[in-house]
Design a protein around this ligand. Structure first.
Ligand code: ADP
Ligand code: MG
Length: 524
């Protein structure tokens, strides 16, 4: 394309190219990282987010800060989605991801200014991947019950007071251990605005915000059999509507009697299958309620699909479509079913026989406290579940990052090309984590970084790190400051990918007008 033609194509856009584009993009990333860096670590501060309509939110959660902020800059937006991906996949480590990405970009820009091409920097950053992966594997230690708990507790550092952290860590750890699946979805979270966080509890089953269909039905304090119906107990619609010509009251009576007998027949088959409780996704005919009560069957209707699925996990039941064809393997087992009034609202608590579906009820006095507790709990549950899937731990407190940096610097020496400089830049970026942890605790970041680096060399151990609570450089395992391997690995990989994709942009085009409107429409 000749220049003139190119200019015409780009008419109506603002264009920033080459180094200016990179500078701009880095500035966006840094601005974003600056917004969250002060929340990093146990001494991180909270952010007060104020919305346009005067609503507000206090949070220590990086991803929440980012998602609530109004961000227009394209790189910053991209970074937010990287941190969201971290949140979706491992839930923890979101602030670290953003901070690392920005730091990788700042170091890259410095190299660009010194004449290194962004492509070389990207390739150097890529070369760090396998070294990081291998080193992480060497540093990691297998987790056991005690250290898993420590790791969950570490993820809550800086979130609320110690009482809250202990309670949430215990709930998240126990929930993940109970389900044993490593799936966060297998733990349902219910928030209740009453009582205090200490009254929060783990229920080995599910809580439905509804009551049984009929008062006369008896609740179950003992174990029993539960049938989950993917449908309802309703009168069968006549096959051909029009063929039903009711001419006299006798016929109506006879028709009703047949209907009733039909319902009774289905309830008899439930009884024959020794069902103690039935939960239906659709309705249960009013007329059937007293029949069910008389048969000693407890019934719930109009239960949503996610709750049905959770109930299946908790009881081992499989949803059936037809009551007349109950197979024994479809029947689930519950431990007990009780009702409680919370806040004046009926709740039914199903305790299951299988622990694959559990519920954590978080209690708190204000919505704001509950929301922040909920976010912290999510991180903690994510960590606990990660550890079920991959029970490997790394030292926290910047120890892992410093160990990686030391290894990468040694590796850089073996690379003859300019990539060497990029690898050094990568190592320096990793050190931003311990630097910021120290900074947020009011310590001198450079002194602490040097101290930990020396301690690692001295003890020949990657587990030497900075305990922010005591201000000491010590073994992170002994200090119980540990993190899942998967969280750290994911954060570094995510940050590297994000930084590389920003480095590969050398042209930013901002549309001056609505991109959806073709020129010929606006011309006249
Ligand atoms: P993120 O969103 O990245 O998880 P956090 O605010 O949760 O950010 O901070 C996590 C960092 O805090 C981790 O690097 C972790 O090792 C560190 N950390 C937690 N507790 C301590 C502690 N007592 N001493 C030093 N570092 C700690
Ligand atoms: Mg965290």
């Amino acid at each position: 394309m000749v220049q003139e033609e190119q200019d015409r194509v780009l008419e109506g856009t603002e264009r920033i190219a080459g180094r200016a584009a990179l500078r701009n993009n880095v500035a966006g990333a840094v601005a974003l990282a600056n917004a969250v860096r002060s929340t990093l670590g146990p001494k991180g501060l909270d952010k007060l987010m104020v919305s346009g309509d005067g609503g507000y939110l206090v949070t220590n959660d990086g991803v929440t800060v980012l998602e609530s902020a109004r961000v227009e800059q394209p790189t910053a937006k991209m970074l937010i989605s990287t941190s969201r991906a971290q949140d979706d996949e491992v839930r923890d480590g979101t602030t670290s991801t953003v901070v690392l990405t920005a730091e990788l970009l700042v170091n890259a820009l410095e190299l660009v200014d010194r004449g290194v091409h962004p492509t070389i920097i990207a390739s150097g950053y890529r070369m760090c991947g396998p070294v990081v992966e291998q080193t992480l594997g060497e540093i990691a230690k297998p987790a056991d019950d005690g250290t898993s708990f420590d790791s969950v507790r570490t993820s809550l550092a800086g979130k609320g007071d110690a009482g809250l952290q202990d309670k949430l860590a215990e709930l998240a750890h126990n929930a993940a251990q109970a389900t044993g699946s490593g799936e966060v979805e297998h733990t349902r979270v219910l928030t209740e605005r009453s009582g205090s966080i200490k009254d929060s509890e783990l229920i080995p089953g599910i809580v439905l915000v509804k009551a049984r269909v009929h008062r006369e039905m008896e609740l179950k304090s003992e174990a029993g059999r539960i049938l989950i119906l993917d449908g309802g107990i309703e009168k069968r619609k006549p096959e051909i509507e029009t063929s039903l010509k009711i001419t006299n009251t006798g016929a109506i009576e006879a028709f009703r009697a047949r209907e009733r007998a039909g319902l009774q027949g289905r309830i008899d088959s439930l009884k024959a299958a020794n069902i103690d409780c039935i939960v239906a996704r659709d309705g249960i005919e009013e007329e059937a309620h007293p029949m069910l009560a008389a048969a000693g069957i407890l019934a719930y209707r109009r239960v949503e699909r996610p709750e049905i699925e959770h109930l299946c996990r908790a009881t081992g039941a499989r949803p059936v479509f037809d009551i007349d064809d109950i197979q024994d393997e479809d029947v689930g087992k519950f431990a007990s079913i009780r009702e409680e009034k919370w806040h004046g609202v009926e709740h039914t608590i199903f305790e299951g026989s299988q622990s694959q579906g559990v519920t954590v009820v978080l209690r708190g006095s204000t919505d704001m406290r509950l929301e922040e507790a909920g976010r912290a709990f999510n991180d903690a549950l994510g960590v606990a579940c990660q550890l079920i899937r991959e029970p490997q731990l790394l030292p926290g407190g910047g120890a892992t990052h410093i160990a990686l940096a030391r290894r990468l610097r040694r590796h850089a020496e073996t690379i003859p090309g300019r990539e060497q400089m990029a690898i050094e830049g990568f190592a320096a970026a990793l050190e931003s984590i311990p630097r910021i942890l120290a900074e947020n605790a009011g310590m001198n970041p450079i002194d602490e970084l040097l101290r930990v680096t020396a301690a690692q060399a001295d003890a020949d151990s990657a587990w030497q790190g900075l305990d922010i609570n005591t201000g000491q450089t010590t073994d992170m395992g002994k200090a119980s400051i540990v993190e899942p391997l998967s969280v750290t690995r994911h954060a570094i990989a995510g940050a590297t990918e994000a930084a590389i994709s920003v480095l590969r942009i050398d042209d930013v085009l901002w549309a001056k007008q609505d991109a959806q409107t073709p020129d010929w429409q606006t011309e006249d």
